[in-house]
Design a protein around this ligand. Structure first.
Ligand SMILES: [Fe+2]
Length: 272
């Protein structure tokens, strides 16, 4: 594990499952954008070796696989943790954390020790998801989009609201930055990023098509959910994954109902 320079004062640390963008406020004081998928001694050793202090973690959202080192950083450096206010209540229902999360007051900008971090609200994956742009113009995508290699393996990306997520992806597409970092896991330049947006949106449209194929006539909502998950190829024994997948599968069913393609009659999904 090492600190890789990208542009200006912006670098990143590649961990086994994620990329953590790092902005250097000074030679020693850095801001993290998310803190990794799991608690990492290797990450702590790297910080020690490089004599770095993590001044703040700006969280794109508060899913467990983006905040795993927050606790250790707060204890070690008194790191400030920032997130969109809409992310915070859900965090506390999901897991017990022993640190304070400061709600970001503006949807547009967060200033830390004079460094202006631009923010782009990107609801969809979660309600309070933020894309964060370092002062050098490196765009930290969080889970607003996935890299191609992860997308190819993903069976059903987690979304709280697919249509809102697609609108958010289109909004990020309109930006023009030299680099875009997907948390899981890759750095794209401008041209590659345009393709990434297309690929992420296409993934969602393909999932809608797969879902439609599973509703030839009236079908029970719960059975449809299970069949859709099976057809998508999701394979996980983990309860927590199953819960997330079931939730995001239903989100897609309700989206088609909301779009007027189907209605819900008691527990049946019925083509219109
Ligand atoms: Fe996430």
């Amino acid at each position: 594990m090492k600190v890789e320079h990208l542009l200006g004062n912006t670098s990143y640390i590649e961990t086994p499952q994620a990329i953590i963008p790092v902005y250097f406020l000074t030679e020693k004081d850095v801001i993290f954008f998310d803190s990794g998928t799991e608690p990492s001694d290797e990450l702590m050793d790297l910080l020690e070796r490089e004599d770095l202090r993590v001044r703040a973690v700006v969280c794109t959202h508060l899913h467990p696989d983006h905040i795993a080192n927050n606790d250790a950083l707060v204890q070690r450096y008194g790191t400030e943790i920032f997130a969109h206010p809409m992310e915070i209540p859900a965090l506390h229902t999901r897991q017990a954390v022993s640190y304070f999360v400061a709600p970001i007051q503006s949807d547009e900008e967060l200033v830390i020790d004079g460094a202006k971090i631009r923010l782009l609200p990107t609801p969809g994956h979660t309600t309070g998801h933020l894309v964060c742009i370092t002062p050098d113009g490196v765009c930290c995508l969080g889970d607003a989009m996935m890299s191609k290699s992860v997308l190819d393996r993903a069976r059903m990306p987690y979304m709280e609201n697919v249509d809102r997520s697609i609108i958010s992806m289109e909004a990020v597409r309109q930006t023009d930055y030299p680099y875009y970092i997907a948390a899981h896991k890759g750095v794209a330049n401008r041209e590659e990023f345009q393709q990434l947006v297309d690929d992420n949106i296409q993934k969602e449209l393909d999932l809608y098509d797969l879902l439609r194929q599973k509703i030839p006539g009236p079908v029970d909502l719960e059975e449809l959910t299970s069949e859709f998950i099976r057809a998508s190829g999701v394979r996980s024994e983990k309860m927590v994954v199953q819960d997330y997948v079931r939730l995001t599968a239903k989100v897609r069913i309700y989206a088609l109902v909301h779009a007027g393609e189907y209605t819900l009659k008691k527990n049946l999904v019925v083509p219109v």
